[in-house]
Write a protein that binds this ligand. Structure first.
Ligand code: CP
Length: 345
């Protein structure tokens, strides 16, 4: 199925603020972002202190349908659902009757008829979760749709940065390096970070930068060194090797030399700057192994935060938005949050 983006992507209003669907971070209000991050911090504290399941979602059924490969996202949604006491089922596209000609819409309606309150869906087509949200009564959570968005990854990246940045997103700058054009991870992170007031500088081969990069509110640096100079964080993106077959890249070694994030480039950032990568990491290509495992790396914090974010998202999808509270993301409001963070530094 290939859906034209313009016909399927939702409008900017109402994403997870007025509806239970989570389709993207584009247009998500700042207050909603911060509410989810606050909920996720509480979930993280609970997950860290007490590993026993809760019964908050004991009446809820969560179906996780992955029509594209996943390790981190699938496992963390499964763990989150179980930690909240939900009934959880997980499927990959290859094990379903899609192979016998059943449509995606009919497949999800079967999940709905089986009582799914929340359907988590990853699909290679941009806009597939938005299309499905119109077709089923269950809440739909986008677990990555083609080159469009990966909102729970964006939320866990925001959570990790908030921990590293002592709660303050403003007067901060992050460099996002690599294949921004094809990256749903970068797109969701950029939407969320721009909403929260962070400056985003992107750098990568011209063939791998999106045409609308200025519309996304990003600055473009001509080199990785300039992008990382004085930055508060860097996010290295996975090099999608299939781009080489499409003639968008000359060679792996050339890519690593020109665009790879290594220790010398990390030293260009601020002394307390952190290194993120959404995974899976191509070690030694977009990210040097000593950096991936080094003391600036918060990659494993991202993974741990993924479970907490997905707890917060599943609860909200199953139960609806909670009553909003006032939020303060200034430095003054941060210590309580930072104190609970695994990655705080
Ligand atoms: N970051 C991410 O989406 O990883 P997976 O593809 O393993 O889920």
């Amino acid at each position: 199925m290939r859906l034209p983006i313009s016909e399927t992507l939702p409008g900017r209003a109402g994403l997870f603020s007025a509806s239970r669907h989570l389709l993207g971070l584009d247009g998500m209000p700042r207050v909603t972002l911060l509410e989810i991050l606050d909920d996720a911090e509480r979930d993280l504290a609970h997950l860290t202190a007490d590993r026993s399941p809760r019964d908050e979602l004991r009446d809820a059924t969560v179906v996780i349908a992955m029509f594209e490969d996943s390790t981190r996202t699938r496992v963390s949604f499964q763990i989150a659902a179980k930690r909240l006491g939900a009934t959880a089922s997980s499927f990959s596209g290859s094990g379903l009757s899609l192979s016998k000609g059943e449509s995606l819409r009919d497949t999800l309606r079967i999940f709905e008829a089986n009582g799914a309150d929340v359907i988590v869906v990853r699909h290679p087509s941009p806009g597939a979760p938005a299309y499905l949200a119109d077709q089923v009564g269950s809440a739909v959570v986008n677990a990555g749709d083609g080159m469009h968005e990966h909102p729970t990854q964006g939320l866990l990246d925001l959570m990790t940065l908030r921990q590293a940045w002592s709660g303050r997103f403003t007067d901060r700058r992050i460099a996002i390096i690599g294949d921004v054009r094809h990256s749903r991870v970068a797109r969701s992170a950029i939407y969320g970070l721009r909403t929260l007031g962070t400056t985003v500088t992107v750098a990568g081969p011209a063939t791998l930068l999106p045409a609308e990069v200025e519309r996304l509110g990003c600055a473009v640096a001509p080199t990785v060194d300039e992008a990382m100079e004085g930055a508060d964080a860097v996010m290295a993106l996975r090099l999608q090797r299939e781009r080489m077959d499409q003639g968008l890249l000359p060679s792996l070694s050339e890519y690593t030399r020109v665009w790879g994030v290594d220790a010398a480039r990390v030293r260009r950032m601020r002394a307390d700057a952190v290194v993120l990568h959404p995974g899976p990491v191509n070690r030694g290509i977009e990210l040097a192994p000593d950096v991936a495992d080094g003391d600036r790396s918060v990659i494993l914090d991202q993974v741990a935060n993924g479970v907490a974010v997905r707890c917060a998202v599943l609860r909200r999808a199953a139960r609806g938005p909670r009553a909003g509270a006032a939020h303060d993301d200034s430095a003054a409001g941060a210590p309580a949050l930072a104190a609970t963070a695994r990655g705080s530094r």
